[in-house]
Design a protein around this ligand. Structure first.
Ligand code: ADP
Ligand code: MG
Length: 257
């Protein structure tokens, strides 16, 4: 097995008296698709927030690409190759899909920003390169035909794909997807599964947080299961589906197929 890209080592997060994440440890390797599942309130979104740097850990250590990142800001983590989507879609409604994707390309803008402002040749070349890259990414996620459409006219599934495109535009090594299939119908979930596999084929690791067991079981090589902030199981989809503690954790809660 290759060296790990992301490691969580004994990570805790409390909100006042609530222990949202407790002693969580797991690893993600380059190009791997990992699922993070658990009933509502089990600590999935909090875990993503801790990994991305949206929230500080209360205790424990997070390493990315061989270095401790506890003290790094969200944008520093993006700079190291980590990108995320949110549980709720957050597009700029009046931007076109292409403009939305370009917002993330620009965070990787290589030319001197003054050159871009004053339309110097190198700045314009860079702008053109970013524009082409954003178009390519929109095609890659299946939004090529709506690149010029305002975000507010896109379906909710298309907005979710746009969030993934925006995440990919920062050229990440790891993408964190928080409930990417929320609100999707079966055919849209199938397309999403295909997209997640194509992301992984590019050598990018993907952490998928989902409520939808069907999607997770279909795409993930390994699954980490949380309950009340603790890891209760880790294994292949088959191991997880037949794990008595996992079945117990989901009893009483709806398990979507
Ligand atoms: P999940 O994404 O698995 O549904 P969350 O990570 O959102 O779960 O929440 C885990 C626990 O932490 C829940 O009990 C939730 O109420 C609590 N929690 C999450 N975020 C906050 C917050 N900002 N302030 C207080 N409690 C929070
Ligand atoms: Mg959540």
């Amino acid at each position: 097995m290759s060296e790990s890209l992301l490691s969580l080592i004994g990570v805790d997060r409390n909100f006042g008296g609530v222990q949202a994440v407790s002693q969580l440890s797991f690893e993600i390797h380059p190009g791997e698709i990992i699922g993070l599942i658990g009933p509502n309130g089990s600590g999935k979104s909090t875990s993503v927030n801790l990994i991305s740097g949206a929230l500080p850990v209360s205790a424990g250590r997070i390493e990315f690409a061989g270095r401790a990142i506890n003290a790094l800001s969200q944008s520093e983590r993006v700079g190291l190759g980590m990108a995320r989507t949110f549980q709720t879609t957050s597009v700029f409604p009046e931007f076109t899909a292409l403009e939305q994707a370009l917002t993330a390309c620009h965070s990787k803008f290589l030319a001197n920003p003054w050159e871009a402002v004053f339309r110097q040749p190198r700045g314009m070349q860079e702008e053109l390169r970013q524009y082409r890259k954003a178009q390519e990414i929109l095609h890659f996620v299946g939004l090529g035909s709506v690149a010029e459409h305002p975000c507010e006219t896109l379906s909710s599934a298309q907005q979710r794909l746009l969030m993934i495109a925006t995440a990919l535009a920062s050229e990440p090594r790891l993408v964190l997807l928080d409930e990417p299939a929320a609100g999707m119908v079966a055919s849209e979930r199938k397309d999403l599964a295909g997209l997640i596999r194509r992301i992984c084929d590019q050598g990018i690791a993907v952490l998928v947080i989902e409520h939808h067991m069907g999607l997770i079981m279909e795409v993930c090589e390994r699954i980490v299961v949380l309950n009340f902030g603790r890891k209760i199981a880790e294994g292949t989809p088959l191991e997880i589906q037949t794990n008595p503690e996992v079945i117990q954790a989901y009893l009483g809660g709806a398990v979507d197929a």
